[in-house]
Design a protein around this ligand. Structure first.
Ligand code: ATP
Length: 428
């Protein structure tokens, strides 16, 4: 008998991590049942406000003899009871069990939890309909992620190797040799990626919180992921590690929508026309995008750093395809950009001063007339419109690795352009 187990919302910013609990359980349960495949780390809608970090849930499947089912379920519930951070207000664990195959209705629920906002009640209703057993702790919001991670199709996937710290080191600075990470990255990139930020010369595989994760190494080739990990030098013991199969970096969250259809917390790809000049507030860059169904504010926030320079080069009338998550910013529905593709750019006209008609010298503005710097000739100020090159290319622009959503596919990977350049998105 196949037993699906889903767990979510066990951690808080003060510690713990659902993947750690999942990795411990995967080990423990493998003694009494046969694991089918690796455990799964499923990232769900990155825009919902309840997430601690990356809205990740964990699922695993075992082939279990009937007589051990109860023992397995009790072990899972015991671990969650022992390890979840119940003290934090925003930690509301959920555990779901499902025996047998995944019904279509559950798959559909998973994709909705990935791309939209769903409620605890909806999760309970779907669980009832598909015959899943649900355990709620506190508010039990975790059942949404737990159920969705069980039903997730995971047709395209990547890997993440998560290495964990000894409990005595939790909350202290992670001791990982940076140089070894750069060397390991040079050896395996792009089969593993996002190990380092080459421009800032910083290491990206180490989180910064109090959680038990020492490093996470992501890649599309499981052998390379493990070998990359083996090349990294640590200044503290690795308690253990677990390879996860995951929907990270698949762009699975993106679906094509019309601007008028966008709702709070959606993840989507839209095609539209830049409706006016960009503006800045704080260090964030904003502009408006419209299609025949509506208009939405689009933002490139400060952490997207140099990506903002490309956004600043957009002009009113440009047609672009934009991908991102819908959130509320200052009370306004805003698409937080992850990637954009300039489809059609309007000509950029600059008004330049003519050369001096008498001597060919350079003219200088003096109020409403122009004066030659060389011969002093004066003439009324009449500027000449000149078309200047647009600095944007016909290529996809993406945010830098440390601002990238877990689900967003880096362009360096095969398929990184697919969701943006789908034929449906190309229609005017
Ligand atoms: P970590 O990445 O460290 O595991 P996290 O960012 O995953 O932390 P959680 O603690 O899991 O954060 O909190 C996310 C909560 O949001 C969970 O309770 C989950 O069930 C719920 N959730 C997930 N997807 C949706 C959705 N689409 N709509 C509403 N709630 C959701």
């Amino acid at each position: 008998m196949r037993l699906h187990i889903g767990i979510d919302d066990t951690d808080s910013p003060n510690g713990m991590c659902t993947t750690y609990l999942g990795a411990l359980l995967y080990r423990e349960l493998s003694r009494i049942a046969e694991p089918i495949d690796l455990p799964r780390l499923i990232r769900l809608n990155p825009n919902i406000p309840y997430k601690t970090r990356g809205n990740g849930a964990v699922a695993m499947i075992f082939k279990v003899e009937e007589e051990f089912i109860l023992e397995i379920k009790n072990t899972v519930l015991f671990y969650v009871n022992q390890l979840a951070d119940f003290t934090h207000e925003n930690t509301n664990p959920g555990v779901v069990f499902l025996e047998g195959d995944i019904p279509e209705e559950l798959r559909e629920f998973s994709l909705r939890a990935l791309r939209e906002h769903v409620t605890i009640e909806e999760a309970e209703r779907v669980a009832r309909e598909v015959g899943a057993e649900v355990f709620k702790f506190k508010l039990g919001r975790g059942i949404i992620g737990a159920l969705a991670s069980i039903g997730y199709p995971l047709e395209s996937f990547t890997y993440e190797l998560l290495a964990y710290r000894e409990p005595k080191n939790w909350g202290t600075l992670r001791r990982v040799n940076s140089e070894s990470v750069f060397l390991a990255d040079r050896w395996s990139y792009p089969f593993t990626y996002d190990n380092v930020d080459p421009y800032k010369r910083s290491v990206l595989i180490t989180p910064h919180g109090k959680d038990p994760v020492l490093v996470g190494i992501r890649g599309i080739d499981r052998g390379r992921v493990i070998q990359t990990f083996e090349r990294v030098e640590f200044g503290e013991p690795v308690a253990f590690y677990q390879l996860y199969k995951t929907n990270q970096n698949t762009d699975d969250h993106l679906t094509y929508k019309k601007i008028g259809e966008l709702r709070l917390y959606d993840s989507a790809v839209v095609r539209g026309r830049v409706a006016g000049p960009y503006w800045e507030r704080g260090r964030h860059v904003f502009f408006e995008l419209e299609d025949e169904t509506g208009k939405i504010r689009v933002a490139a926030f400060e952490p997207t750093k140099k990506f903002r320079n490309w956004v600043r080069k957009l002009l009113p009338g440009d047609e672009i395809i934009a991908a991102g998550g819908v959130k509320e910013h200052d009370g306004v529905l805003t698409l937080n950009l992850e990637k954009f593709y300039p489809v059609k750019l309007v000509p950029k006209i600059e008004y330049q001063k003519p050369k001096c008609p008498r001597c060919g010298g350079t003219m200088k503005s003096k109020g409403d007339y122009l004066k030659c710097k060389r011969c002093g000739h004066k003439m009324p100020k009449k500027l000449i419109p000149v078309e200047v090159p647009r600095e944007l290319e016909r290529k996809i622009y993406e945010v830098p690795p440390d601002a990238r959503k877990h689900l967003s596919r880096p362009l360096v990977l095969p398929g990184g352009e697919e969701k943006i350049l789908e034929p449906t998105n190309q229609k005017v």
